[in-house]
Design a protein around this ligand. Sequence first.
Ligand code: PLP
Length: 453
Amino acid sequence: MIPRMSANSNLLERSLSAVWHPCTQMKRHENLPLVPIARGDGVWLYDPEGKRYLDAVSSWWVNLFGHCNPRINAALTDQLGKLEHVMLAGFTHEPVVQLSERLRALAPAGLGHCFYGSDGASATEIALKMSAHYWRNNGKPEKTQFISMQNSYHGETLGALSVTDVALFRDAYGALIRQNATVPSPDSREAEAGESPDAFALRCADALETHLHAHHGNIAAFIVEPLIQGAAGMAMYHPVYLLRARELCSRFGVHLIADEIAVGMGRTGTMFACEQAPPPLALPQGERGISPDFLLLSKGITGGYLPLSIVMTTDDIYQAFYADETARGFLHSHSYTGNPLACRAALATLDIFAQDDVLNANRSKAAFFNRIAQPLREHPRVRNFRNTGMVWAFEVDTPHADFAQRCFSLGLQHELLLRPMGNTVYFMPPYVIGEDEMRLLVTHTLKVIDRLI
Ligand SMILES: *Cc1c(COP(=O)(O)O)cnc(C)c1O
């Protein structure tokens, strides 16, 4: 075994020497070893020695149907033999057309046009640019401001950071970022004692109304993470907020951008989180769900295989750019826009949703998980245990200031890939997780937590 061990540590050294890892203070790795991964299978990641880790965070929220999924692999292999890439300006291909048509049929009504980017942050950039450009093309060039929620996260390029309210990611770049306003987050944890989540959400929507009333003349769009603010620590809120946000944005002539990069593709229990908004208060028997002006998808759209993002938008937006003059068009581009391999992975992902009735299967899985997670929910040091769809989160009452780091390291010792945010532990597993794996996730997490309180 000695030669393989050294090959392994050699890989870590080479990585630290040549690779600048994301979201990382590299000096930390003087004490904290990198984790080498040689292969994946279902919910499991394996290191070169065969030690396994349950990927409880779906590799940064992207994986839906497990690592090395045979059906997605087969689709990609087939596509590799046909066409790996062609530029999308002036050209087209079957995977990008099919994907756009199928998403149009699945998404909330009215979102008929798909614009492609390569990752989540680029989708945010595209939506912000399109929104402001729409107003400019419609004779309202003064509408250039954006609003987002407190603790929002929409990506980390400079434009996306201007609507991201996470100090740690923002502060160093403050001088480079446009100042946009934030409105109160309806995060249910912030409700007053005795205030219901829906009453609190409505109170926050009143603050949005006040802001829009005063400033709508300069505001192009309001960008939201529907139902769950992921990077805020899986902050969950009542869907009535989405209904009110839709009504207010329509009333004040402001676009609503639904950033479903993390929550789309079934993660909240419906294909898109926007579907869960209740019917209008005046029409309690009416239809559920809202249609935003822009819907952003990335992360799970390819099943976690390849970078791809999509900005879906309405005919109204599309038509504002449709003209004889070149400059009225949306001239944005990325080299890999609409990459056929990534689109094919997305089509295979949509096939699995349809063939396996995934949304229903996930409802049973979530109910099962909630039953077996009872010891966690009732643990004396666990607070705010919450669940939406296939996301669970809770805070741990811990004396350790470096809880997140310790929990991550102890998790690895217990076959778990957990990546807490502060003292918030969350589970966002691939949908293929089985009952035994769910049991292991609960019992091993309990062991980890009991060593950190
Ligand atoms: C991850 C994420 C993004 C950014 O996506 P990247 O692919 O990491 O650039 C944007 N918005 C939300 C809600 C996200 O979770």
